[in-house]
Design a protein around this ligand. Structure first.
Ligand SMILES: NC(=O)c1ccc[n+]([C@@H]2O[C@H](COP(=O)([O-])OP(=O)(O)OC[C@H]3O[C@@H](n4cnc5c(N)ncnc54)[C@H](O)[C@@H]3O)[C@@H](O)[C@H]2O)c1
Length: 348
């Protein structure tokens, strides 16, 4: 089975690529490398070569907005009698703060890029799609755990683009509900790394997420962690979030592919998280316990748009996909730290 994986060189895409290849999928990675390193591809290849494993990987450097290029990817596959069966679409921009400064870029890449992809999929009769949506689309509020029918009301351009894309899927599915098979997966906070330490999260510049910030403090690249608010209405005053091991999240994609294969047509919006809420102080404590490293921190004022707690109800994913996250917070800390230790400066 042939899968086109857009954004396959990024943090999440690289882990999905490795799992797909391990399970014998024929994978085409399409990535512009605007937010990832081409070294990721070498790391994936090394993993298979070092373990004497066969794999079937093609890499294409390009932009999802490039109509000619996307067309040629589908056309070439068909002309080699290996048509693309499914697309896993992750390529896009993902920084909330950057999206506030450059909203048009987010609409162009995320929304127009996805539109281009869908038009080409339709042209080549490839109707099966897994998409990376986000918990950012859910409106503010403290009702947890968050179910898929929670109100949709993002508060930044990044979230708006994810909602627009989900609406586009819905309209497309409705236009012919015997044709399209779509799973839009709403991720909570993917963290950790592959146990090999070959691939992991390598944010460009200052990390904007908690976990890579902690590992960079532990390795000495950052001085201290900023904790935004210790006066939230939670058990210890710090914000509570849902952290999911990147391999659990990746396995959710494989389960989604199996699900799509079993269906004639479908349009599902599905949360992927651990289903558990951990506070910032829980994470710091567990990281220190698991790794023996101290994480100095300072308390800062709350950030606009943050909420006290946000974690997923994952019963839909469990029921529909037969998937369940297996890895503990300790495993997340160990694997994330293993990656950071082996790659103090990331991929560079
Ligand atoms: N990491 C998270 O916390 C998180 C949470 C929810 C949703 N998501 C979504 O998951 C997807 C992957 O996230 P990630 O954390 O791996 O991000 P990432 O930035 O590491 O990966 C995205 C990849 O897409 C590529 N890309 C960007 N624009 C492109 C374009 N126009 N054409 C082709 N390639 C392009 C980048 O080079 C990068 O390799 C994104 O769509 C993101 O919005 C991520």
């Amino acid at each position: 089975m042939r899968v086109l994986l857009t954004g396959g060189s990024g943090f999440i895409g690289s882990h999905i690529a490795l799992l797909l290849l391990e399970r014998g999928y024929d994978v085409i990675i399409l990535d512009s490398f605007v937010n990832s390193s081409p070294n990721v591809i070498d790391r994936i290849k090394n993993y298979f070569d070092n373990n004497n494993l066969n794999y079937n990987l093609t890499t294409i450097k390009g932009d999802i907005r490039d109509k000619k290029l996307i067309d040629s990817v589908f056309y070439d596959s068909i002309s080699k009698f290996k048509p693309i069966d499914t697309v896993i679409h992750l390529a896009g921009l993902k920084s909330v703060s950057d999206s506030l400064i450059n909203p048009l870029q987010y609409w162009d890449i995320n929304v127009c890029g996805t539109n281009n992809l869908l038009l080409t999929m339709k042209k080549y009769e490839c109707y099966s799609l897994v998409f990376s949506s986000s918990a950012t689309i859910y409106g503010l509020g403290d009702s947890v755990p968050i179910k898929e029918d929670h109100n949709i009301s993002p508060i930044n351009p990044y979230g708006n683009t994810k909602v627009a894309i989900e609406n586009m899927f819905y309209d497309l599915y409705k236009s012919n509900n015997n044709l399209w098979k779509i799973c839009s997966l709403r991720y909570f906070n993917p963290v950790g790394a592959h146990a090999s330490g070959l691939i992991g999260e390598d944010p460009i510049g200052l990390p904007s997420n908690l976990f890579p910030f902690i590992t960079q403090v532990a390795i000495g690249r950052q001085k201290r962690l900023k904790v935004f608010g210790d006066d939230w209405d939670t058990k210890d005053g710090s914000g509570i979030r849902d952290y999911i091991h990147i391999i659990d999240l990746s396995e959710g994609h494989l389960a989604s592919l199996d699900y799509l294969n079993s269906k004639q047509s479908c349009m599902e919006f599905i949360n992927l998280g651990s289903g558990k809420g951990y506070s910032v102080f829980d994470i710091i404590k567990q990281f220190e316990l698991s790794t023996g490293r101290q994480i100095p921190f300072s308390i800062q004022s709350r950030r606009d748009g943050d909420v006290a707690q946000c974690y997923a109800d994952i019963s839909k994913a469990k029921k529909l996909l037969g998937w369940t996250p297996l890895r503990s917070l300790e495993q997340i800390c160990l694997d994330g730290w293993n990656w950071q230790m082996k790659n103090p400066n990331g991929y560079s």
